[in-house]
Write a protein that binds this ligand. Structure first.
Ligand code: CMP
Length: 241
């Protein structure tokens, strides 16, 4: 595992307004509270493909993503991966072990070079003590994730591959889509293997479906970059059954 670079950092150099715009946690804080929290945090930089948390290991820190994207996933004993979620700037992870004291519930791996603000349990729990509104924001975020996971389980149980893949692509369009002359470019590179980990099938199965859609003019796929050329048709695929 590549070592993380743990920067000594000068809290006041952080762009609090930018952090506020992206992060529900910081959006809920007054200026004074935000600086108090930042002064107790450390900054960590990690290269792409770095495992930040490993499922089953002890953990007592909360990470706030400042730059880059991470995937939250489960690994089987045979090394198969299931991606539960992709988190980007402003989002937090590590709150589950921090709150319940249990080992990490999933692994978190960087998909790009990332920058995190890291808070230890000893600093964060006392901070929450008399700040109910911040606690409520975190509970709301955990509820959103539970809903998204329910959705994922429902999709895996009830939909076929083309429906699942179409829904994932439309979700990615919503989160990362940028309209260009070629179509809607998804601003997050994903290998066909990673797409398979998002929909619970092999890379080969994803590849077959992707080729069908490329031939039919629905999407383009080039070295991880996905361009949706016909979102209406993709939408129909998502609702096929
Ligand atoms: P923790 O269990 O401490 O470490 C792994 C983290 O991954 C976990 O906290 C959450 O922050 C995050 N996580 C776990 N499961 C999910 C999920 N289903 N959706 C989004 N994030 C998750």
């Amino acid at each position: 595992m590549a070592p993380l670079s743990k920067l000594p950092f000068e809290p006041r150099t952080l762009d609090l307004d930018a952090l506020r715009q992206r992060s529900v946690l910081f959006a809920a804080l007054s200026n004074d509270d935000a600086w108090e929290l930042i002064s107790q945090a450390r900054v960590e930089n990690a290269p792409a493909k770095h495992t930040v948390c490993e499922a089953g290991q002890a953990g007592d820190s909360l990470h706030i993503v400042m730059e880059g994207r991470v995937k939250v996933s489960l690994l089987s004993e045979e090394g198969k991966e299931a991606i539960l979620s992709i988190l980007g700037a402003g989002e937090v992870f590590g709150e589950m072990s921090l709150f319940d004291g249990e080992p990490r519930s999933a692994s978190v791996t960087t998909m790009e070079p990332c920058r995190f603000l890291v808070l230890r349990r000893q600093a964060f729990l006392p901070f929450l003590q008399d700040r109910m509104h911040v606690m409520l924001e975190l509970i709301a975020e955990m509820s959103r994730r539970l809903r998204a996971t329910n959705n994922l389980v429902g999709n895996l149980s009830f939909l076929n591959l083309s429906e699942r893949l179409a829904r994932i692509l439309l979700n990615l369009v919503q989160q990362y889509g940028k309209v260009t002359q070629q179509g809607i470019v998804i601003g997050l590179k994903l290998s066909q293997e990673e797409l398979g980990h998002l929909v619970g099938v092999s890379r080969e199965s994803v590849n077959r479906q992707v080729r069908v859609w490329i031939d039919a003019g629905l999407i383009e796929y080039d070295h991880g970059t996905i361009i949706v050329r016909n979102s209406d048709a993709l939408f129909r695929e998502a609702l096929a059954s």
